[in-house]
Design a protein around this ligand. Structure first.
Ligand code: ADP
Ligand code: MG
Length: 551
């Protein structure tokens, strides 16, 4: 047996790790299963290139809880480690990694945003265990080894009898972490973090009902069988090619992701890019209600099929956080604060890529099936309108497919609306006047009156559209939104009328002279004729302010 002292300046790493990772103890299981997965995938690679001359087979990872002995076992059939490798990867690397972590994030304890996402890998085991054992046998022809450490820099390393290739990690759960000895707790964690990891993960067994043998009697119970309970789906939809998936596959995946959602998603967007960053995923447009609890089921962020968080703020533009689904990218730095994230170049690119993909998808839905798009409009408009307000790039694209419903239920794009009203609805400044109603009932008589004049009236009744109208007025020239009950809508001009009322300067002077004769100018009225080019009223008589006050 060999004993040794780990070369690290901190006397006892165990309380430090506990303290620094306080907010997120449960991630130990994710980290250990990630290591088991890595070890298995390494073996897969080495056998495929002929470097490991062993049978790869159908390896699984197994998690076992021994409540009586207060232990959790995590077993894999991956590459394993030789004695030298344990010394190198566990003793040196991990401890120096931990030390580096402590150096770098000494003051980070206050910001749980950082800590929550910092994977300390193997040593996160000490957040819940007072003692950790590794029993491992490499795929190389070398004896198995047994490493034991109680979190102090002392460890023991000796030969072990293990015959099968792979690694077993044994956690001796600490008194304050016994919640992790409950099957239900472990199952919850496996489902949360490991549901889509690429190697099958077994947790216990379950009873499967088999088909009845032929000729079995009516009342004879169907035979059953105990089978491994595999908790994960190693090949989730987002890792596949869109061409290999049917609409039903996308819907099934959605149901698996949000088992409590009974409403089907409206449509999905499959993300798939490997340059200049790596990102896959599927986003779904859910049917959004006015219910503000919509944020309960959120987009989940994964890294190589390992769940990281369902807080994608800073990675996905805010208006898209209302969507659901999965994003998987190894290129998102996670050990950093959110404000840093927003400034990170790769994250910025990812965010704008997602925005573009969503806009493109909406645009193709609009082009390919306008009727369907109109039907979905009420369910998707919040996201689109919010996006138009908050992201200029999105505005530019959405401006072509955003719909504006009229009080009669016709849907226009802005361009269509403009074409429809440009000859009939301008004001004295030659501005296009878009009439809208905000309350069909209260404004009923105004709507009818405007309709009688042949005007189009939009129905703009959500709180966000008032901001959108401002945005449109600001970004398009000569445009003004006017509510249907505003008094100056009587003054809208038909283009033909304007043409008739155009007078030459000479004519204007003559008209002014005549008017002054009729209207007594000495009371201070001014007569203004410039407006005549664009207004239904041939001139404006302005009453001076002092006159108004005298009344
Ligand atoms: P990381 O996974 O980021 O490298 P860890 O602290 O999680 O850091 O693990 C340190 C190293 O220990 C791994 O890189 C790997 O070489 C080795 N290791 C850990 N767990 C296993 C395992 N189950 N099988 C084989 N090697 C392992
Ligand atoms: Mg690791």
């Amino acid at each position: 047996m060999a004993t040794g002292k780990i070369n690290v300046s901190v006397e006892n790493i165990f309380p430090l790790i506990k303290k620094f990772l306080y907010s997120d103890h449960e991630i130990f299981l994710r980290e250990l299963i990630s290591n088991a997965t890595d070890a298995t995938l390494k073996l897969k690679h080495l056998t495929s290139i002929g470097e490991a001359k062993v049978e790869y087979g159908n390896p699984i990872i197994e998690v076992k809880v021994d409540k009586d002995k207060k232990r959790i076992h995590i077993l894999d059939q991956g590459v394993g480690m030789t004695e030298d490798e344990v010394k190198k990867y566990i003793n040196e690397v991990a401890f120096s990694g931990a030390e580096e972590f402590l150096d770098k994030y000494k003051d980070a304890g206050k910001d749980t945003g950082i800590i929550g996402h910092f994977g300390l890998g193997f040593y996160s085991a000490f957040m819940v265990a007072e003692k950790v054992e590794i029993i491992t046998k490499s795929f190389k022809d070398e004896p198995a080894v047994h490493w034991v450490c109680d979190g102090s820099p002392e460890f023991t390393l000796e030969e072990a009898k293990k015959k099968d290739r792979g690694t077993e990690i044994i956690l001796h759960i600490a008194e304050d972490s016994t919640e992790f000895l409950e099957d239900a707790k472990i199952r919850e964690l496996l489902t949360k973090y490991n549901k889509f990891m690429p190697i099958p993960i077994k947790f216990g067994t379950r009873t499967e009902t088999l088909p009845k043998p032929e000729g079995a009697k009516e009342d004879e119970p169907a035979p059953t069988e105990e089978v491994d309970d595999i908790i994960n789906n190693p090949a989730p939809a987002w890792t596949k090619q869109p061409t290999d998936l049917k609409d039903e596959d996308y819907k099934n995946f959605y149901r698996g992701l949000y088992p409590m959602q009974f409403e089907e998603p409206l449509f999905h967007i499959h993300l798939n890019v490997d340059y200049p960053f790596n990102l896959t995923g599927i986003l779904y447009f859910p049917k959004l209600t006015n219910d503000l609890n919509i944020q309960k089921d959120r987009i989940q962020l994964y890294q190589n099929q390992v769940f990281v968080t369902d807080n994608v703020e800073g990675i996905v533009p805010e208006f898209l956080t209302m969507l659901r689904g999965v994003i998987d990218s190894p290129d998102i730095p996670l050990n950093v604060s959110r404000s840093y994230l927003q400034a990170d170049g790769a994250v910025k690119k990812i965010s704008s890529y997602i925005t573009r993909k969503v806009a493109d998808k909406l645009s193709s839905l609009f082009k390919n099936n306008r009727e369907d798009f109109e039907q979905k409009w009420n369910d998707i408009k919040i996201v689109i309108e919010y996006g138009m307000l908050s992201e200029e790039k999105f505005f530019e694209k959405a401006d072509k497919f955003a719909l504006y419903p009229t009080v009669d239920g016709t849907f226009y794009t802005f361009e269509e609306l403009e074409a429809k009203i440009k000859d009939n609805q301008t004001d004295k400044d030659n501005k296009l006047v878009v009439l809208y109603a905000s309350d069909m009932e209260a404004q009923h008589s105004y709507i009818e009156a405007a309709k009688a004049k042949g005007y189009e009236i939009l129905l703009m009744d959500s709180p966000i559209v008032s901001h959108l109208m401002q945005k449109l007025e600001g970004s398009k020239e000569n445009l003004s939104f006017v509510r249907v009950d505003a008094d100056h809508i009587d003054n809208l001009v038909k283009k033909e009328d304007t043409a008739i009322s155009k007078l030459s300067d000479e004519e204007k002077d003559r008209l002014k002279e005549n008017l002054e004769k009729v209207i007594s100018a000495d009371k201070g009225y001014t007569i203004q004729l410039e407006a005549m080019d664009s207004n239904a009223s041939p001139f404006i008589i302005t009453e001076p302010e002092f006159m108004r006050r005298m009344k």
